[in-house]
Design a protein around this ligand. Structure first.
Ligand code: F6R
Ligand code: ZN
Length: 195
């Protein structure tokens, strides 16, 4: 990852747009997230090129810097794989006690929060909702609406990301469409990462 090390950008609170030379953009397509969804058969019916989400990040300090902060804006497309809403990969922070703020700019969604025992809950996301994600809590966002879900995050520059635990153990519950309503459905065969 390159860092622009700019200490000044512009952020649009209405659209979530970020403007400045130091912004890095990354995209996650369905093909890269395939194994995370419950209904693998439905994943292959959709194109692996389908854009699920896009992240724009501002890294004003080098990654790993103690005491610095990063800022990122994520846009999740509306959509589902079977009955499961499009969602981010989800992660724990590598440095276990590092917390994070999420702030919803527009759209509707659900912030899934899971502790180390796999206990999973969610907070509804809508324009203006702010969420404090404590250290040691895995976080994932699902877009439960019909428009793009845009949210900003602010996290410590030495937090790092542990994606591996989610790949091997998943979340203890999934955000699924049940009769047209988003419902957090526990995973029947969930195995806690602590085992
Ligand atoms: C940073 C953070 C967000 C996510 C982004 C994409 O700590 O939580 O900026 O990185 O929403 O989600 P992941 O990283 O799970 O692919
Ligand atoms: Zn995070």
């Amino acid at each position: 990852m390159q860092t622009g090390l700019d200490t000044h950008i512009r952020f649009d609170w209405i659209t979530g747009g970020m403007h400045g030379s130091a912004i890095e953009v990354s995209c996650r397509k369905l093909g890269q997230l395939q194994s995370l969804f419950r209904d693998q058969a439905r994943v292959v019916e959709l194109s692996p090129e389908t854009l699920v989400y896009r992240v724009e990040c501002w890294y004003p300090v080098e990654p790993g810097t103690l005491g610095g902060l990063f800022w990122g804006v994520t846009t999740i497309a509306p959509g589902k794989v079977g009955d499961e809403y499009f969602m981010t990969h989800g992660h724990f922070h590598e440095v276990a006690d590092r917390a994070e703020f999420y702030i919803t700019v527009r759209g509707r969604g659900a912030l899934l929060l899971m502790d180390r025992l796999g206990r999973t809950r969610f907070e509804p996301m809508e324009s203006g909702s702010m969420h404090y994600i404590p250290g040691g809590v895995a976080h994932r966002v699902a877009n439960t609406g019909e428009t793009p879900l845009v949210f900003a995050g602010c996290w410590p520059s030495d937090a790092g990301h542990d994606y591996g635990t989610i790949l091997t153990s998943a979340f203890g519950a999934r955000m699924r469409d049940v009769n047209g309503e988003p419902v957090l459905v526990p995973e029947a065969d969930y195995v806690c990462p602590c085992h």
